[in-house]
Design a protein around this ligand. Structure first.
Ligand SMILES: Cc1cc2nc3c(=O)[nH]c(=O)nc-3n(C[C@H](O)[C@H](O)[C@H](O)COP(=O)(O)OP(=O)(O)OC[C@H]3O[C@@H](n4cnc5c(N)ncnc54)[C@H](O)[C@@H]3O)c2cc1C
Ligand SMILES: *[C@@H]1O[C@H](CO)[C@@H](O)[C@H](O)[C@H]1NC(C)=O
Ligand SMILES: *[C@@H]1O[C@H](CO)[C@@H](O)[C@H](O)[C@H]1NC(C)=O
Ligand SMILES: *[C@@H]1O[C@H](CO)[C@@H](O)[C@H](O)[C@H]1NC(C)=O
Length: 520
């Protein structure tokens, strides 16, 4: 029998919800955080070694699904709030659920080792005595290690050459010629921040991209996705995956051209890779900046040819004062006992696939549970599909709490290994065609698992069985809201299946959000 003490490592948005959901199931939880605050990257800092949002970063997932399942943003919050509003929200969450007594700030975890004799985990915190815990939740964030691209002859550069993590103050670039490497949300945000300051801004990229606005006809774009759409898509996908892919790409392109007009060839946006293998860039401003000439799109970089000269793939040489690599991050579990590091061994087909780009694939059951120690080691932030990160971590940690409590079961070790093998196959296939987020899990399948494991009770009410039919009969309005309405986080706290706690305010909040959406 494994005991009751749990250490949660990292108190960003994913760590605090894990602390809360485990406390709610009577675990004895301690959270450890390196910095002096909770909320992780949502806390703006000018420290160039610490990842944070930019001062005026806007969230890219609307708050109806960007929030936790039992704690909406305050009334009156705009659908895409600023980073500082998100930080306030996270602080309020910690207070509301009385988490502070369980949190240790300014506590850097240096090493986590499984002690076989004790059958416990030993945690070494910088400057303190070692402590032992029965179970561990890793929530150190998906952005531990910046990925720097290899740029030929970069040693010749005297121009600034940094990762986007170190980009903090746009006005430092006043009058400078800036080259951003990679076209994504980060370069879109940074380019926009630089427009009033830099003398020129180029974004270098190899592939096309879909650019999506946040709002369409005053509604958050992600509201186009309803539960019914997910179900239908899943249904069609079983018979004709390519049909789904085609219609998805067509729809996305429509949204893009309706919002911004037909893209010009010189922006290099077309052909955009399929939505199945690359996620769209969310930016309300990038296309306007392309149109006005404030930001230029250029081909990829071939090599550095002088201290401030870069040759592009088309042979053109451009002058730069700064190169900012918007090339993303990697997970890194270096503090963990290597025997239990889920990225220590890598599938060679993944590593060889062009889209893997040296990023590790986490080998975890449902991208949450350690294969070696599922009863005592779980991970937040390794399971991803396009929705709010707070919601994903909420669902994942509810599932962990129910399994560790014994209310839900893990399958056999063999079944878990088979799941991971199938997941790897899926990822290898995607990485042959594009560059998927390594943590991607199949949305509906993963939600079905979390629903059953945490006891959410949503899918059986929307299904074809007796329960579904009865629910449709008795609760027509609620059924419709769940099926065709706003895809909210709170819907996952509506029902009580005797597992995770429901939230009594969920229904009123769901109704309020749907009403608000209809009025827009
Ligand atoms: C620039 C940017 C913008 C984003 N925008 C959005 C958005 O709009 N919407 C959205 O849903 N998602 C967004 N994301 C995704 C983001 O991953 C999630 O929103 C979420 O905040 C991640 O939370 P986290 O807790 O996993 O990571 P983090 O916020 O990185 O938190 C991890 C914490 O762990 C701590 N830690 C790390 N190592 C140790 C250690 N050894 N000991 C102790 N503590 C440690 C760190 O100090 C940090 O506080 C964005 C990401 C980035 C990089
Ligand atoms: C953490 O350290 C910072 C900087 O040294 C300090 O200002 C803060 O009070 C500390 N916080 C806690 C909770 O110990
Ligand atoms: C940008 O943000 C969007 C919107 O949430 C997301 O779906 C997508 O994964 C991100 N794109 C990239 C290239 O990271
Ligand atoms: C929002 O943007 C961040 C940073 O680019 C990205 O990691 C994340 O995946 C995006 N959100 C969604 C829902 O994809």
């Amino acid at each position: 029998m494994t005991g009751n003490t749990v250490a949660v490592i990292g108190l960003g948005a994913m760590g605090i919800v894990a602390v809360k959901n485990l406390l709610e199931e009577d675990f004895d939880v301690t959270g450890f955080e390196n910095s002096g605050y909770v909320g992780g990257l949502w806390h703006y800092t000018e420290d160039r070694d610490t990842l944070s949002v930019l001062k005026d970063t806007q969230v890219n997932v609307s708050i109806d699904r960007g929030c936790y399942t039992d704690f909406p943003f305050p009334k009156g919050t705009p659908p895409f709030p600023s980073a500082s509003m998100v930080e306030e929200y996270l602080e309020a969450y910690v207070d509301h659920f009385h988490l502070r007594p369980h949190l240790r700030l300014n506590a850097t975890v240096e090493r986590i080792v499984f002690v076989d004799e004790k059958q416990q985990w030993r945690i070494d915190v910088h400057g303190e005595d070692a402590r032992h815990f029965d179970r561990i939740v890793m929530a150190t964030g998906p952005h531990v290690r910046p990925s720097m691209p290899h740029v030929e002859n970069s040693r010749l550069l005297t121009a600034e050459f940094i990762h986007s993590k170190a980009f903090k103050r746009p006005h430092d670039y006043a009058g400078k010629r800036v080259l951003l490497l990679g076209l994504g949300n980060t370069s879109g945000d940074i380019a926009h921040a630089l427009v009033p300051h830099a003398s020129s801004i180029c974004i270098a990229h190899h592939r096309g991209a879909l650019i999506m606005p946040r709002l369409i006809n005053g509604q958050p774009v992600n509201r186009l996705v309803t539960q019914r759409r997910i179900n239908t898509q899943d249904f069609i996908e079983r018979f004709s995956p390519s049909l789904v892919e085609k219609s998805l790409n067509k729809k996305a392109k429509e949204v893009m051209t309706n919002s911004f007009g037909v893209p010009k060839p010189e922006w290099g946006l077309e052909p955009a890779p399929s939505m199945m293998v690359a996620t769209p860039v969310v930016s309300d401003t990038l296309i306007d900046h392309f149109k006005s000439g404030a930001v230029a799109s250029v081909p990829g970089v071939r090599q550095v040819v002088g201290p401030r000269q870069v040759e592009l793939e088309d042979g053109e040489v451009i002058e730069v004062d700064a190169i900012i690599c918007c090339t993303g991050y990697q997970n890194d579990f270096g503090i963990l006992d290597p025997r239990y590091d889920p990225s220590a061994s890598q599938n060679p087909h993944w590593t060889a696939a062009p889209g893997s780009k040296g990023r590790p694939l986490p080998r975890l059951y449902q991208n949450v549970f350690s294969l070696e120690k599922p009863e005592s080691l779980a991970f937040m932030g390794c399971a991803w599909f396009p929705t709010g990160a707070f919601l994903l971590a909420d669902l994942a940690s509810m599932s962990v709490a129910q399994i560790w409590k014994g209310n839900s079961d893990l399958p056999t070790r063999e079944a878990m290994q088979n799941w991971v093998a199938r997941q790897e196959e899926r990822m290898v296939a995607l990485a042959q065609r594009g560059s998927p987020v390594p943590a991607s899990v199949p949305q509906r399948e993963w939600l079905l698992w979390a629903d059953a494991t945490a006891g959410l009770g949503v899918f059986e009410r929307l299904g074809w069985g007796l329960r579904g039919w009865l629910f449709w009969w008795q609760e027509r309005d609620l059924w419709r809201m769940l099926m065709d309405g706003v895809l909210t986080s709170v819907m996952w706290r509506l029902f009580d299946q005797g597992k995770r706690k429901p939230w009594t305010g969920a229904r009123a909040e769901l109704e309020r959000l749907n009403q608000e959406a209809n009025q827009w």
